[in-house]
Design a binder for this molecule. Structure first.
Ligand SMILES: N[C@@H](CCC(=O)N[C@@H](CS)C(=O)NCC(=O)O)C(=O)O
Length: 178
């Protein structure tokens, strides 16, 4: 099998989308920790956005976390993460970028508004995206769980640092339990 290298940074939730996908698929890869203050790799591999994660597979470079996740999905098809039904696939793509980071990137009045908007959006996601299912993707982990879950995993840490709660059990019981 061609060599698989993942360039990332420990602090990036986007990198964990790729790590989880590689791990769930059982793909062996080498992880390279990048120094974001010295963007040599990013400059050559992702010259447009200069961001990690960057996956290098057999010399081919793939950038943007969800594009990398889809590339992995299509290159190593067993245990598919994208539903085969076109409508289910469209819904998975719709929810996938739903990462509520605006609350953590703002403060004061702007943060209050971001929190209100995020809670409204999460409520819709809980009702329409998760519903009565075990995972956002249905009965097992799929692409939408990887995309959203990886970001949500960091909520607890960031919430503690900035002392603002977003994913609370009383407001979003099913999403919180998921
Ligand atoms: N939309 C991108 C976002 C990636 C991203 O924001 N990466 C950050 C680390 S969390 C980065 O490389 N930042 C470097 C910079 O902006 O200088 C993706 O999903 O891959």
């Amino acid at each position: 099998m061609a060599e698989v290298n993942l360039h990332g940074r420990w602090s990036s939730p986007f990198v964990y989308r790729v790590i989880r996908t590689l791990k769930l698929k059982g793909i062996l890869y080498e992880y390279i920790e990048e120094d974001l203050s010295n963007k040599v790799l990013c400059f050559y591999s992702n010259p447009v956005y200069k961001k990690i994660p960057v996956l290098v597979h057999g010399g081919k470079t793939i950038c943007e976390s969800m594009i990398v996740v889809e590339y992995i999905e299509q290159t190593w098809p067993p245990t598919p993460f994208l539903p085969t039904d076109p409508y289910e696939r469209a819904k998975a793509r719709f929810w996938a970028p739903a990462a509520i980071l605006s609350v953590f990137r703002s403060n004061g009045k702007e943060q209050k508004k971001a929190l209100k908007d995020s809670l409204e959006m999460l409520k819709i996601m809980e009702e329409q995206g998760l519903g009565e299912k075990k995972f956002l993707g249905g009965d097992r982990i799929r692409i939408v769980d990887i995309a959203f879950g990886t970001i949500a995993h960091w909520y607890g840490v960031i919430e503690e640092i900035i002392e603002v709660k977003v994913l609370e059990a009383h407001a979003l019981p099913r999403l919180h339990a998921w």
